[in-house]
Design a protein around this ligand. Structure first.
Ligand code: BGC
Length: 518
């Protein structure tokens, strides 16, 4: 069966509209990355701390005696970072309904409006309430745009998925979204580096700069037309057909039109995708899609992305050096994501993940070991030891960026069958947001309580991830999406049992024994 996403088009061209939509989707990644990357540097800026967290500022300046590991242990400071991800979660919830009811164009426009309002509030914040409110609105905007992006990639750009990206190049295409996230992060780190030199209000500049991708998103939402699949699924068949012709640049779009209509009917019949998702036959996809996102967060990447400047100041770096180190780390994050694009469809998903587990385990344990041996409650690390920590963080980020970073999104997007794809990916992205929130809200407190052993905690999760990949993650490289059940689950020593359950249901359905209940 062909889905709209997996449709074979009638030979359309890459039109201006397809390009405009792709740029818009890319902006969603840049936007998200900017917000991931900006908070760490901002929380480390003196002017920001003095204004919103004077108690942290006094400890950090040495006016009040405090254990090295506990200077930043402050729930409200953590809330500044974490609140965005909770809001993002709520945003993505509302967004999927908005998309279904009003279409993706409206959803993108709403994303941009929430986002720009949040940026304005945060950048002009006079007090902590305004600041957090601003972050919450930015989070809702992000939730909308991430959700729209996934719906967009899965349904609205079939030409990329089926023609330009056949299964053997699917991985590379999908990773472009993650590449945009990493570029957004690098952009944020660079802005922070320069903004920190403008004291005491450079942080306002860092937060305001997010308005640039936000404005692109807003203008883009005015320029694009609604996607054909969204129009057709909402019953506007003639309009859908006209838009399809326009974006493909040809008149003869009959086959694709029929496929989109059929996919729409399937989607309407699929009244209970979540129920199906919780059923036995969806177990392999669901467990893998959620577990990868949990590992994505619990192996500690956002400790670096959110808190590296604070971490480097904790080990004794001056503010400028610590922000510069994060720019270097941001660059490595981008470069290693490109490596992943090159390797993912050759080496395969498992090889990248297994290599990364080893590299992440060694680097996290080494960081923990060095801090345990050298950083007491009151001293500063020698410069050479500090540099060693930065190099280890770089090696850690490198391995994450060519494996778990992109693959936690790629693998879920290729394993679900059409009936459960949107619901399955929603669960996967939601798991990511929840665990991002938890890590953001707890790392500085963990560091204060567990000290250097915090890094052993994250290393422990890399071991669990390695075992999971070895035992439960089959290779999906080059397998067409509609052959997953037979070629991947059906041949796996454990998931086979669940694939059989699925087969039984399908056979019964085919024989008309049960109603179709996708
Ligand atoms: C993670 C983000 C993280 C980013 C870093 C993504 O895969 O989900 O939380 O900040 O990678 O590049």
């Amino acid at each position: 069966m062909h889905s709209a996403a997996g449709a074979q088009e009638d030979g359309g061209k890459i039109t201006f509209h397809v390009l405009a939509c792709s740029i818009l989707a890319a902006t969603g990644g840049l936007l998200f990355g900017y917000d991931v990357g900006i908070s760490g540097g901002v929380t480390a800026m003196d002017g920001f701390q003095e204004k919103f967290f004077p108690e942290v500022y006094r400890k950090q300046q040495g006016f009040v005696d405090e254990d090295n590991y506990c200077k930043y242990d402050n729930q409200r400071l953590q809330l500044f970072t974490s609140s965005l991800y909770m809001a993002c979660l709520l945003g993505s919830l509302v967004a999927s309904r908005t998309c279904t009811k009003y279409g993706r164009k409206v959803a993108i426009r709403l994303a941009a409006i929430f986002y720009l309002a949040g940026v304005l509030l945060a950048a002009t914040a006079a007090n902590l309430t305004m600041l957090i409110l601003g972050r919450l609105l930015v989070g809702v905007g992000n939730g909308f745009s991430v959700q729209v992006y996934y719906l967009f990639l899965l349904r609205a750009v079939p030409v990329f998925l089926s023609e330009i990206a056949p299964s053997k190049a699917r991985g590379a295409l999908n990773i472009l979204f993650q590449l945009n996230i990493t570029l957004g992060i690098l952009n944020a780190k660079t802005v922070n580096y320069f903004a920190a030199k403008i004291q005491p209000w450079g942080w306002r500049l860092s937060l305001a700069y997010a308005g640039v991708p936000g404005t692109i998103l807003f203008l883009g939402s005015l320029a694009i037309t609604e996607t054909p699949s969204s129009l057709i699924q909402r019953g506007h068949l003639d309009q859908g057909l006209a838009v399809l012709r326009k974006i493909r640049g040809i008149d003869d779009v009959g086959l694709e039109y029929t496929q989109i209509v059929k996919a729409g009917e399937d989607a309407r019949r699929a009244k209970r995708p979540f129920r199906k998702l919780l059923g036995r036959s969806s177990r392999p996809e669901l467990v893998i899609a959620v577990a990868l996102q949990v590992f994505n967060q619990l192996t500690g990447i956002n400790v670096t992305m959110f808190y590296a400047p604070i971490l480097f100041e904790t080990v004794g770096f001056k503010s400028g050096a610590s922000l510069l180190s994060t720019v270097i780390i941001g660059g490595i994050n981008v470069a290693a994501t490109v490596v992943s694009i090159v390797l993912v469809d050759r080496a395969g998903r498992r090889a990248l993940l297994l290599e990364a587990c080893v590299q992440m385990f060694i680097t996290q344990t080494a960081i923990g070991g060095i801090l345990m041996a050298k950083l007491t409650a009151t001293n500063r690390l020698e410069t050479s030891t500090g540099i060693c920590v930065v190099i280890l963080v770089c090696l850690y980020v490198m391995s994450f960026a060519w494996s778990l970073g992109p693959l936690c999104n790629l693998i879920p997007s290729e394993i679900f069958p059409l009936e459960t794809r949107t619901a399955g990916i929603w669960c996967s992205v939601t798991a990511n947001m929840i665990f991002t929130f938890l890590v953001a809200q707890s790392f500085l407190s963990m560091l204060c309580r567990l000290k250097a052993a915090t890094f052993f905690f994250f290393a422990f999760w890399t071991v669990l991830m390695g075992l999971f990949v070895l035992i439960l993650l089959p290779e999906t490289k080059g397998v067409p999406i509609d052959e997953m059940a037979e070629r991947v689950w059906g041949r796996h020593w454990y998931w086979k049992k669940f694939a059989d359950a699925g087969k039984d249901i399908h056979t019964a359905e085919a024989a008309g024994v049960t109603a179709v209940a996708p």
